[in-house]
Design a protein. Structure first.
Length: 222
């Protein structure tokens, strides 16, 4: 399986010779022209989630929303997501354990971001960052400095974080790493960065990275 192709790929370049090997190759791409250029025999258009499936996914991530007030607000939030799983999961994780006042603020904030030209996924990620501390937001944006699919090591992040005065003055290296780990754990629990196979690194989904770069560009003068 070849995931998230953005350009045509010669299968022989990655060791796949369909003339000699009896196999099926599955590719995923957000661009139909890439699928056509790869001479795919069947294209499957992945639809957005239905309203019911969207709500069930949101409920699974956010927890109990059975009270009348929360259910009504949940349905409004889900409707804004347009059936896109990443937007639904991102917002659900942002709102989990938050009080009713935060929930009430979400939709106006989302609509404001979308009115400014931001798509729902980017707006959802921006909304989640809105609930984080300044230091954690900056830590998130630092992770986006690394190339796509890169393993972001703790050592590299410590250097960047110290250069941006992200961590407290007079801290030992051990304390610096500990504070950075707390920020990363917050981002991992929110789904904004992905946990590595060990504690030495994290990774960032390419869609989330694109959103981070967009947000950084928007706030470049701050």
């Amino acid at each position: 399986m070849l995931d998230d192709l953005w350009t045509r790929l010669e299968l022989t370049d990655v060791g796949i010779d369909l003339d000699e090997v009896s196999c099926k190759v599955i590719i995923t791409s957000r661009r139909l022209d890439i699928c056509n250029s790869m001479k795919t025999t069947k294209n499957i258009d992945v639809k957005v989630l239905s309203k019911n499936d969207s709500f069930q996914l949101f409920r699974q991530e956010v927890g109990d929303v059975d009270s009348d007030a929360l259910r009504e607000m949940s349905e409004k939030v889900v409707n804004e997501c347009g059936g896109l799983p990443l937007a639904i999961v991102t917002l659900a994780r942002a709102l989990r354990k938050e009080d009713k006042g935060i929930w009430t603020d979400v939709i106006p904030q989302l609509r404001k971001s979308m009115h400014e030209g931001m798509d729902i996924v980017n707006a959802s990620i921006k909304m989640m960052l809105f609930l984080k501390t300044r230091e954690t937001k900056l830590c998130f944006l630092l992770c986006a400095l690394f190339p796509e699919d890169h393993k972001v090591t703790m050592d590299a992040l410590v250097g960047y974080a110290m250069g941006e005065d992200l961590l407290g003055d007079g801290e030992t290296l051990s304390e610096t790493r500990g504070n950075l780990r707390i920020m990363l754990n917050s981002l991992v629990s929110s789904g904004l960065v992905l946990k590595g196979d060990d504690e030495r690194y994290v990774m960032m989904h390419d869609i989330v990275r694109d959103a981070a770069i967009s947000i950084a560009h928007e706030n470049r003068n701050e």
